[in-house]
Design a binder for this molecule. Structure first.
Ligand code: FES
Ligand code: FES
Length: 180
């Protein structure tokens, strides 16, 4: 990692940790789903643990906690990141979006609509991570090919659907975006 990148990360961390006590207890300020929230937590907790355990945002799921399944994916400054592989303090003053923040003007996101319309969800456990990773793709590339969709979602494992309906649902959302 470049030196400037390291010092930027340290600065971000300084900005987000409001108060430190003994035994690793901290008061952390994070921007989640458009709101700035302060939460008492521990410096050693992953972003996944902070979101689920300290903020009650249980839409973000934990799976392998090893960076292999994609179930814990959230958006950080528009990029899909694995929340099990980073500390909460590392999110700094970045903009975090979880599945709870996908609604737009009180309505489901187009991806949520097409996943529901095509029955692309079975047990649903992987779906928050899939939806957010697909959203990151469409926000950058509104008209991806099926291969680009497949590539973007290649880190999100699903043990139920066989992936076809997931790819179909993302493609349908792309077509919706293209509709006049
Ligand atoms: S729980 Fe994070 S990648 Fe599996
Ligand atoms: S819908 Fe069950 S793991 Fe994907």
């Amino acid at each position: 990692m470049a030196v400037s990148e390291r010092s930027q990360k340290r600065k971000k961390r300084r900005n987000s940790v409001l108060f430190e006590q003994g035994a690793g207890k901290i008061l952390l300020r994070l921007k989640v789903n458009g709101e700035t929230r302060e939460v008492a937590t521990e410096g050693s907790k992953t972003l996944l643990e902070v979101l689920r355990e300290d903020m009650g945002l249980t839409g973000t799921k934990h799976g392998c906690e090893l960076g292999e399944c994609g179930t814990c994916a959230v958006l950080l400054d528009g990029e899909s990141v694995l929340s099990c592989l980073m500390l909460g303090v590392e999110a700094g003053d970045g903009e975090i979006v979880t599945v709870e923040g996908m609604m737009q003007d009180g309505k489901p996101h187009p991806l949520q609509k097409t996943f529901a319309a095509l029955g692309a969800t079975q047990c649903g456990y992987c779906i928050p991570g899939v939806l957010l990773t697909a959203k990151a793709l469409l926000d950058k590339n509104p008209h991806p090919s099926r291969d680009e969709i497949r590539q973007a979602l290649s880190g999100n494992l699903c043990r139920c659907t066989g992936y076809t309906k997931i790819l179909d649902a993302v493609e349908l959302a792309v077509k919706g975006a293209e509709a006049p």
